[in-house]
Design a protein around this ligand. Structure first.
Ligand code: GDD
Ligand code: MN
Length: 371
């Protein structure tokens, strides 16, 4: 008994965060590999599982009863690789925190090197890199390989990160680095390392260690179009200092689609005999608001999608928000026009005002954040 009690008191020097979603078949082999690779280091392994349908958390739980260094955060009703990593890093006890994929594609024998670089103070951030001499991502398909390189170039140009593999999901850093960056982390999508490097207030000493990205044996990659959209969103948001979000851009794009819908509906309604123009225009407005609401619900607010009764309630709320937005739009445009602005400047300003208004209040009132 006293054996375990003393062991439990000694704090780990290293927290290894493993984000998982449907990795049940990979957990046992990974833990066996980590145990071998990390012999001699005081470590803990923090799985962060998003309530995987395949019961990954149960496999972790069983293992943690054999080895208390293994723990699992099971998140309910949440998804996302980046946010999982952030929560795992914040929950861990080690002064050094590392992140490694749970699907055996990351070579765990690199971990001790990453750990040592950070522990010894040679690096603030040690990155396992595919794109330095000795590293590779040969297991990628052609398309995925091209996409990865393009994204890497884009990230380096736009965000001015100065290392070779900012898209790697395999790295170690000091806890204090994560804590300093935490308030500014976007937490969306896959790119936690890029997010960290771009959000950290000071200059980071970064050292890259080559590694070979392996092939997946069990389960599937969770990389999809959504992840790519999130990545672009992260770029835009970081490049504009958080001013413009991908959500707003999507909302604006839906708004533009609404103009097209409006004109089509208007043309259709004008074909109805003896329907006055004002009635046709009102009808077209209603149609466009309805399609806008539906598209926003499906895309812009996919993560807070309203269904059933909440859909109807949301739709009515959206009508109201947009009606007030229209008043704001006309108000601003008229005020500017009367202030001797060009008609089109006034028009654009009014439309922009309406768009921002609709966005802010839809976000606040219609697709409310779940707390
Ligand atoms: N908790 C949680 N929630 N974990 C997730 C989620 C999620 O929503 N999505 C993915 N994961 C876990 C997976 O279970 C796996 O352990 C790890 O995150 C990586 O996910 P994969 O789906 O295997 O990603 P990949 O192999 O396509 O992408 C890898 O390579 C990229 C470099 O091209 C990852 O390492 C990325 O981080 C890396 O950027
Ligand atoms: Mn993978």
């Amino acid at each position: 008994m006293t054996e375990t009690a003393t062991a439990a008191v000694a704090a780990p020097a290293l927290t290894v965060v493993v984000p998982t979603f449907n990795e049940a078949a990979n957990v046992r082999p990974l833990v066996a590999k980590l145990t071998a690779a990390l012999a001699g280091i005081a470590y803990e392994v923090m799985f962060v599982d998003d309530n995987s349908p395949d019961g990954t958390y149960d496999v972790v739980r069983a293992l943690s009863r054999e080895d208390p260094r293994i723990r699992c955060i099971r998140r309910i009703g949440r998804r996302g690789l980046s946010s999982a990593c952030i929560e795992g890093m914040m929950a861990g006890q080690g002064d050094v925190v590392a992140v490694i994929d749970g699907d055996l594609q990351h070579d765990e024998t690199v971990l001790p090197k990453l750990f040592e670089l950070v522990r010894s103070g040679q690096a603030d951030l040690a990155v396992a890199s595919r794109y330095v001499e000795g590293g590779s991502a040969a297991s990628f398909s052609d398309a995925r390989g091209k996409g990865s390189r393009l994204a890497t170039e884009l990230a380096r140009k736009v965000l001015k990160v100065e290392f070779n593999d900012p898209m790697s999901g395999f790295f170690a850093t000091r806890r204090s680095v994560v804590e300093a960056a935490a308030p500014k982390l976007s937490g969306d999508g896959f790119k936690i390392l890029l997010d960290l490097a771009a959000s950290h207030p000071g200059k980071l000493r970064i050292v890259e260690v080559p590694f070979v990205f392996g092939t997946r044996l069990h389960g599937d990659s969770k990389m999809d179009n959504r992840v790519v959209a999130d990545f672009l969103g992260l770029l835009v948001s970081k490049a504009t200092g958080g001013l413009v979000s991908i959500r707003f851009l999507t909302f604006a794009a839906v708004g533009v689609s609404g103009v097209v819908v409006h004109l089509l509906a208007l043309r259709g309604l004008l074909a109805v005999p003896s329907l006055p123009f004002a009635a046709a225009q009102a009808g077209a407005t209603l149609v466009a608001m309805t399609t806008n609401f539906t598209f926003n619900n499906l895309m812009t607010y996919r993560d807070r999608m309203l269904t059933g009764l909440a859909f109807m309630r949301g739709l009515i709320g959206f009508y109201l928000v947009c009606s007030v937005g229209a008043v704001a739009n006309v108000g601003v445009a008229t005020w500017m026009f009367e202030g001797d602005q060009q008609w089109w400047v006034a028009g654009i300003a009014g439309a922009a005002m309406g768009a921002v208004w609709n966005y802010v209040f839809s976000d606040l009132l219609v697709w409310r954040r779940k707390r």
